[in-house]
Design a protein around this ligand. Structure first.
Ligand code: ADP
Ligand code: MG
Length: 658
C-alpha cells in the first residue's frame, strides 16, 4: 500500500485519487462488459464442441482397439492421438500463450506433462481418459464461478430499469441514463427510484433496504433527498433530478462492489506466490520417483514412471485457485446486502486483524446534530449574535453550521455574505455586510488575536467575533448515538482497544468518552494532527496489528486514507467518503461494524478451510501415489471433488446470515 511513516497527507490523498482515476478506466471497460460476455460465451461454445468431438473420437478409438487384438504400438498411438488433440488443444494453446507472455507456468503444465508422459509410456487410453476428466472438471469449475458471480450480481442488483420523465406537462418512460439534472421525474408507488433526486411534490415512504439494509421505511416529504436504487413504497412523488444516472448512488454502489474483487488480498497473492514454487517442486518430486527407484531396482521401470506421472496429476491445485477469490466475493456480497460496502478483499483480511478502533467524535459517535443550548452575547443582542453566526455559516456544510442556521429563526439573506474562508478544525470566516465575521472555537479566536470568554460548561462553545471585536458565544451540544454504545461494548468484550480523536475541546470530548466508556481520548486535534497521532500509534504496533479509523468521511478523508482500514459513516451522497474510505456504512449506524467484522472472520475462515482441505488431500494423494495405491483416474476424480467442495464452501459465504 503506502509507505509507512510518510508524513505527506497530500500524497496519500492523491495516491487514492490516482487509484480512483484508474478505476474510472475500469468503469469504462465495464460499460463494454456486454461485448466481453458475448466473447466468453463463444469461447465456451467452442470448448464444449471440442470436448464433444473428443469424446466421440475417444469412444471410436476404444471400440477399434477392442476389436483388433494385435495392434502395433504406433497404430495405437495414432488412434488415440486424435481424441487427445481434440480434448487437450485449448489447454496447450492457453499454456503456449502464457509462455509467450513469460507468465509463470501453473497447474496446466502439470496436467500436460502427466498426460503426455502417460501417452508415450504406452498407455494412451489412460492419458486420453485423464485429459477428459480434467476437462470435465474445468468445465464444472467455470460454470460454478459464472453462477456465483451472476448470483452475487443479482443479489445486489439495485439498478433501476426505467424512469418516468415529466416534460411540458406530459409524462413518458425513458431510460434512467437519459435523465439530466433539474428534470422532473414522477415516481409511482412500488417503483424503483431511477436517479438521485430531491422530492418536489407529494409525501410517502421509501424502502432503503437495498442500499442500507435498513428494513424500516423512511418517510419523505418535499425537500428530502431520495437515492437511486431505493423503492418508493406508497404515494405519488415528483422529484427534481440531482445527479445523472452514472453518478447516482445505485450505479456507484454497484461499481464499487463489482470491482472490489480486483483489489487482491494477501491470501490470493500468497497462493500466486505459492504456485511459483509448488509447480517446480512437484515436477522435481515426480522426476525423482521416475528416476531414483528404477536405478536401484531394475524391474518395473515403467511402473515407477507411471507413478511419477500420477503424482503430477494428484498435485494439481486447480480448485483452490478459484475458491479463494470466490470466498472473498461471497463475503463482499453478504456485507453489501447488509448495507456495508467493502472496497476490496484486502480490507476483509485487514479488518479481521484489527485490534485498535479509533473514532472521530462529531458525526460518528455522536449524531452530529447540534442544538443550541445557550446564546451569550457580548455587547449586542442575542438575536443579532445568532443572525451573524447563521449568516457567516450560510455556505458551510459542517454540522455546527447546520445547527446555527436552524437556531436562527429568520431566513438569512445570502446577498449579505461575501467571501468565505473555512479553517478546518477551527471554524469559518465570512464577509457579512462587508465586515469579517469569525465563527469558531478558541483556537480560531487566539489565532486572530481575539480575547474570548472562557466557558466552563459542558458542550461546544462557538465563539463569534466581528473584525477584532469579540461578540459572544453560542453553546451547543450534540447527542451520543445509542448505537455507538452497542459497538463500543462489543469491542470491549472482544478486548479490542477504543480511542477517540476529535477537533472539539477537552470538556466536550471527555463528556462523550465517559458516557461511551472509550479508553483514551485525544482532543483539540487539527485534521492533520489526527494523521500524525495515528502515525504514532502505528509505530508502536507490532506487525499483524491493524488500526481502524471510523470517521464521518467529509473532513476526515486524510485519516481515512491513512489508517489500515478506513470506515466511513453514511456513504449516501458523500463523495469524499466513497473515495477515501475502504469500507462504507451506508446507514449512520456504527454497530454495523460488528457485522462487517463477523463477515470478515467467516470469510477468512472459509479461505483457510479451503487451503487446509486442499493441501491435506493433495498430500494424502501423493502419499498414495508413491507406493502405487491409486490410479490416474482416481487421482483426477479426487482433484475434481476437492475443487467442488471448496467452491461450495466459498459459495456459502454468500448466504451469510444477517
Ligand atoms: P471533529 O473532529 O469532532 O469531527 P471538526 O474537526 O469538524 O470536529 O471540528 C473541530 C472543531 O472546530 C469543532 O468542534 C468546532 O469548534 C470548530 N469548527 C470547525 N468547523 C466549524 C464551523 N464551520 N463553524 C464553527 N466551528 C467550527
Ligand atoms: Mg467529524
Amino acid at each position: 500500500m503506502y509507505a509507512k511513516g510518510t508524513k505527506d497527507i497530500d500524497a496519500f490523498v492523491s495516491f487514492r485519487y490516482t487509484r480512483y482515476l484508474k478505476d474510472e478506466r475500469l468503469q469504462e471497460e465495464h460499460l463494454q462488459g456486454g461485448n466481453r460476455k458475448k466473447v466468453m460465451k463463444e469461447k465456451l461454445k467452442k470448448k464444449i464442441l471440442g470436448i464433444g468431438v473428443g469424446v466421440i473420437a475417444y469412444a471410436v478409438a476404444l471400440g477399434v482397439s477392442y476389436h483388433i487384438d494385435e495392434m502395433k504400438r504406433t497404430q495405437e498411438l495414432i488412434l488415440f492421438l486424435i481424441p487427445y488433440i481434440f480434448l487437450a488443444a485449448d489447454i496447450y494453446i492457453e499454456q503456449l500463450g502464457e509462455f509467450r507472455k513469460r507468465q509463470f507456468p501453473d497447474e496446466k503444465i502439470l496436467i500436460i506433462a502427466a498426460t503426455l508422459g502417460v501417452f508415450f509410456v504406452g498407455k494412451p487410453k489412460v492419458a486420453v481418459g485423464a485429459m477428459l476428466f480434467y476437462q470435465a472438471g474445468r468445465m464444472v469449475e467455470e460454470l460454478a464461478l459464472n453462477r456465483t458471480k451472476k448470483s452475487i450480481a443479482e443479489f445486489i442488483d439495485i439498478r433501476p430499469e426505467y424512469a418516468n420523465l415529466k416534460e411540458g406537462g406530459r409524462e413518458r418512460v425513458v431510460e434512467p441514463q437519459a435523465l439530466q439534472p433539474k428534470q422532473i421525474i414522477v415516481l409511482k408507488p412500488g417503483e424503483k427510484i431511477p436517479v438521485d433526486a430531491v422530492v418536489t411534490m407529494g409525501t410517502g415512504s421509501v424502502d432503503m433496504k437495498a442500499l442500507t439494509g435498513e428494513s424500516v421505511p423512511k418517510a419523505v416529504k418535499p425537500g428530502d433527498r431520495i437515492y437511486s436504487g431505493t423503492i418508493n413504497l406508497n404515494g405519488m412523488l415528483e422529484a427534481r433530478v440531482v445527479k445523472v444516472y452514472n453518478d447516482s448512488t445505485a450505479s456507484r454502489v454497484m461499481r464499487l462492489v463489482e470491482k472490489a474483487n480486483e483489489n487482491k488480498s494477501e491470501s490470493v497473492r500468497l497462493v500466486d506466490r505459492f504456485t511459483r514454487y509448488y509447480t517446480p517442486a512437484v515436477i522435481a518430486l515426480a522426476l525423482l520417483i521416475m528416476i531414483l527407484p528404477p536405478m536401484m531396482f531394475t524391474e518395473a521401470r515403467d511402473e515407477w514412471i507411471f507413478r511419477g506421472l500420477i503424482i503430477l496429476v494428484a498435485a494439481c491445485p486447480s480448485g483452490l485457485l478459484t475458491s479463494i477469490p470466490l470466498a472473498f466475493l461471497g463475503g463482499i456480497g453478504a456485507a453489501a446486502r447488509q448495507g456495508v460496502l467493502i472496497k476490496g478483499s484486502s480490507c476483509i483480511e485487514i479488518l479481521k486483524q484489527a485490534d485498535t478502533y479509533v473514532f472521530d467524535k462529531t458525526g460518528t459517535l455522536t449524531e452530529g446534530v447540534f442544538h443550541v443550548q445557550e446564546t451569550v452575547p457580548y455587547k449586542m443582542e442575542e438575536e443579532e449574535l445568532l443572525e451573524l453566526a447563521a449568516l457567516a455559516e450560510t455556505h458551510s456544510t459542517h454540522p455546527i453550521a447546520l445547527s446555527l442556521r436552524e437556531a436562527y429563526k429568520g431566513t438569512p439573506d445570502p446577498e449579505r455574505v461575501g467571501q468565505v474562508t473555512e479553517y478546518p478544525g477551527m471554524g469559518i470566516c465570512a464577509q457579512v455586510d462587508g465586515k469579517r465575521v469569525y465563527v469558531g472555537n478558541m483556537r480560531l479566536m487566539s489565532r486572530q488575536g481575539i480575547f474570548c470568554h472562557l466557558v466552563g460548561r459542558p458542550g461546544t462553545a462557538v465563539h463569534v467575533a466581528v473584525e477584532n471585536q469579540y461578540a459572544g458565544h453560542i453553546l451547543i451540544s450534540d447527542t451520543v448515538r445509542k448505537d455507538a454504545r452497542k459497538l463500543i461494548r462489543w469491542l470491549h468484550r472482544h478486548e479490542l482497544g477504543t480511542v477517540m480523536f476529535t477537533g472539539d475541546n477537552d470538556e466536550a470530548a471527555e463528556a462523550v468518552a465517559s458516557r461511551l466508556k472509550i479508553e483514551s481520548v485525544y482532543a483539540e486535534l487539527m485534521p492533520e494532527d489526527k494523521v500524525k497521532q495515528l502515525e504514532e500509534f502505528r509505530d508502536t504496533q507490532i506487525e499483524n496489528e491493524k488500526i481502524v479509523f471510523v470517521g464521518d468521511g467529509i473532513n476526515d478523508a486524510p485519516v481515512l486514507a491513512f489508517a489500515d482500514v478506513g470506515i466511513a459513516m453514511g456513504g449516501l451522497g458523500a463523495d469524499a467518503a466513497l473515495e477515501a474510505a475502504d469500507i462504507i456504512l451506508m446507514e449512520d449506524e456504527p454497530s454495523r461494524i460488528i457485522n462487517a467484522v463477523k463477515i470478515s472472520k467467516a470469510t477468512v475462515r472459509a479461505v483457510k478451510q479451503n487451503i487446509v482441505f486442499a493441501a491435506g488431500l493433495k498430500v494424502i494423494l501423493i502419499m498414495l501415489a508413491i507406493p502405487g495405491l491409486i490410479t490416474m483416474q482416481n487421482a483426477i476424480i479426487a482433484d475434481v471433488a476437492v475443487m467442488l467442495i471448496n467452491i461450495l464452501n466459498s459459495f456459502w459465504m454468500l448466504k451469510y446470515p444477517e
